[in-house]
Design a protein around this ligand. Sequence first.
Ligand code: FAD
Length: 292
Amino acid sequence: MNIKEIFKEKKTVFSFEIFPPKTTSSIETIYKTLEELKDINPDYISVTYGAGGSIKDNKTVELSSLVKNKYGIEAVAHLTCISSTNEDIQYYLKSLEENNIENILALRGDIPIGGEVKGEFKYATELITNIKKNGNFNIAAACYPEGHTENRGLVQEIENMKRKEAAGAAYFISQLFFDNNLYYNFLDKVKGANINIPIEAGIMPVTNKKQIERMITLSGASLPQKFVKIMEKYEHNPEALRDAGIAYAVEQIVDLISSGVDGIHLYVMNNPYLANKISGSIGNILATVNKK
Ligand code: FAD
């Protein structure tokens, strides 16, 4: 099913993001995770694309196919273009078609360390245009509530979102954030710019200190004082930190759903425990807003 249709049916879409197992381990290691995620019944699961390496060795299509064709959950396959040739992209699109996958999250990808770029695409917009031309896919794009790390301003971010929407993106998924007020400020600006396609809020439950440091470096997300206090208090007690991270994410999500956001995209990091805990806490809330 085209994800656009799910946004039409539901007030608030609820989706998960997972990643393919490391290239050295087999795809079967993900079966147990998917069995458990399936029982939660998310609207869709997106599968990340590992930048670097050959497009043919990438396990994103294989895992997206499992999600869709074995577990019966709608799948969104991520794709980055910065290190790919047009031939690579066409190969990937064909593999998606062969596996009956209709939805793609079209991304540029991070500039490789050293800055050497082999690909033929400079920005995500060029990839969106190319995909639009070469198939009948539903295309999602990324957005950044605090601006992209290379370009912190929201003015530049919103200009870029307009380019992506004009090229054919049907909806956005946001970068993770920990401060809902920043997100609401971003949404006001987006609406003011007349961008009207749905935007899903990206939420990452933080469960260990190393993960926080890595995520903050990659995303540049601001940390509210309340969040920092929790992390400092429990950094040496993994279970307490995990519980506090889940509680923080649930509080964020309840507030977002109550404020009428289009969707929640949960970065579950292949961890069904997290997905179960969070889904269990918001199940009645989601059911209420999505009641027909
Ligand atoms: P773009 O939209 O191309 O933007 C990149 C930068 O270029 C921005 O600063 C933008 O303002 C600027 N820009 C764009 N167009 C122009 C223009 N015409 N003129 C001047 N400046 C311009 N990475 C992975 O490797 N694999 C994944 O699976 C993955 N999944 C992600 C999922 C989500 C929801 C998000 C938010 C990010 C994900 N990423 C992933 C990370 C993403 O690849 C990086 O954030 C990357 O640096 C930017 O990708 P983009 O598609 O947003 O790029």
